[in-house]
Design a protein around this ligand. Structure first.
Ligand code: 2PG
Ligand code: MG
Length: 391
């Protein structure tokens, strides 16, 4: 496919921070993409450059892109990655490469008269038949919410075959939680991802409140502890309550017997691989142990973690690695290990719903897109519903 025109501009994300939007054209077809930004980031994520700097970098490669023919996403991404020439994409910026890569993928799908998820599943040789479980972050803490719990995300997982049913359940559950928190903890505020906050230092409180408002065979609970954010000098500092890696492990064992936990993400810091290995040995049969900061959508790190038995599943965020093809590589690899794959948004989001197509197209186990309260989060859940209704 030959691209006839490209425009990149700066837009705002859900935290009102600058980010990139790309619009690509090929003949009569047009596709756009925009990229999100994380706050609790893994150390080995790809480089994000200042959007204003990216605009000038882009000018240096624009004509080269317009002069070439790219038959596949592999060739398009390959061209950008080799032009960048660095491992961490620090030359052009992972955010520039990704925004172009997603827009190109959408454009190619249109030019082939396919939905984006159809192109993705075609690339992977799959026929998607099931929707992912929906991961709704309903109670937030950590870096995403001031004056709230120490763990980052208390997640309602809906397991209905229909995403429309899942979203409806989550919206009702959110309302019940809001009333509960207002009654028992006073003022209710929302964190970065639109999740409710609770003024408490006790990590268990979030699970208690969520558990009493989310019952039934079609729902489970999950955590994103984001433990890297409270790991200092090799100890876990939970608001002055010091825990060693082994203390934290015992704590998770306790939580696992008290709550219907389907998965725990980042239970330990990315600098505490032993913690991951121990929890897989202890709880790995019962609960999905999901790596995020540890693996950052990077096939090499996923491979390493699998060899060390440091997880049983992985979070996939395209902007951690910075291109569609490398994201697909990471997913393919994780699925070849029979790992669980959860596609995820970032805490600073845009209206782009590419990750919903990605989640359906690769038959992911979960899609994590925050609370059903902000337009940028709903855009992803609603895209799944659109797929459910029309295809
Ligand atoms: C996470 C994400 C998304 P952030 O830790 O999984 O919820 O947060 O985008 O801030 O890294
Ligand atoms: Mg995480």
């Amino acid at each position: 496919m030959k691209i006839s025109d490209i425009n990149i501009r700066i837009v705002k994300d859900s935290r009102n921070k600058d980010t990139l939007e790309a619009v690509l054209r090929s003949g009569d077809f047009e596709a756009s993409a925009s990229v999100p930004a994380g706050k609790s980031k893994g150390k080995f994520e790809t480089t994000t450059l200042e959007p204003s700097l990216v605009l000038s970098k882009f000018e240096t490669i624009k004509n080269q892109i317009l002069n070439k023919d790219f038959p596949t996403v592999w060739e398009f991404d390959g061209f950008l990655i080799s032009t960048d020439g660095t491992k961490e994409k620090s030359n052009l910026g992972g955010n520039l490469i990704l925004v172009l890569s997603i827009a190109f993928t959408k454009l190619l799908a249109k030019s082939e008269n396919l939905q984006c998820f159809q192109l993705i599943s075609k690339i992977l040789g799959k026929t998607p038949r099931k929707f992912p479980y929906l991961y709704f972050n309903l109670i937030g803490g950590g870096l995403h919410a001031k004056d709230s719990l120490p763990f980052q995300e208390y997640i309602l997982v809906t397991k209905f075959p229909s995403p429309a049913k899942g979203l409806e359940y989550a919206k009702n559950c959110f309302e019940k939680l809001q009333e509960d928190i207002e009654k028992n903890f006073g003022e209710v505020r929302l964190g970065d991802e639109g999740a409710l906050t609770i003024k408490s230092d006790d990590p268990r409180v979030g699970l208690q409140v969520l558990n009493r408002n989310a019952t039934g065979p079609e729902v489970s609970l999950a955590l994103d502890v984001a433990a890297s954010t409270f790991f200092e000098n090799r100890i876990y500092n939970l608001r002055g309550k010091i825990k060693s890696s082994d203390d934290l492990l015992s704590y998770y064992n306790l939580l696992a017997t008290s709550y219907p936990l389907l998965s725990i993400e980042d239970p330990f810091s990315e600098d505490d691989k032993d913690g991951f290995i121990k929890i897989v040995a202890n709880l790995g049969e019962k609960i999905w142990i999901i790596a995020d900061d540890l693996t950052v959508t990077n096939p090499d790190l996923i491979n390493k973690a699998q060899k060390e038995k440091a997880a049983t599943g992985v979070i996939i965020k395209p902007n951690q690695i910075g291109s569609v093809t490398e994201t697909l590589e990471a997913i393919k690899l994780a699925q070849s290990y029979n790992w669980k794959v959860i596609i995820s948004h970032r805490s600073g989001e845009t209206m782009d719903s590419f990750i919903a197509d990605l989640a359906y197209g690769v038959e992911a186990d979960g899609l994590k897109s925050g609370a059903p309260t902000q337009e940028v989060r709903l855009a992803k859940y609603n895209r799944l519903i659109e797929i459910e209704r029309n295809f």
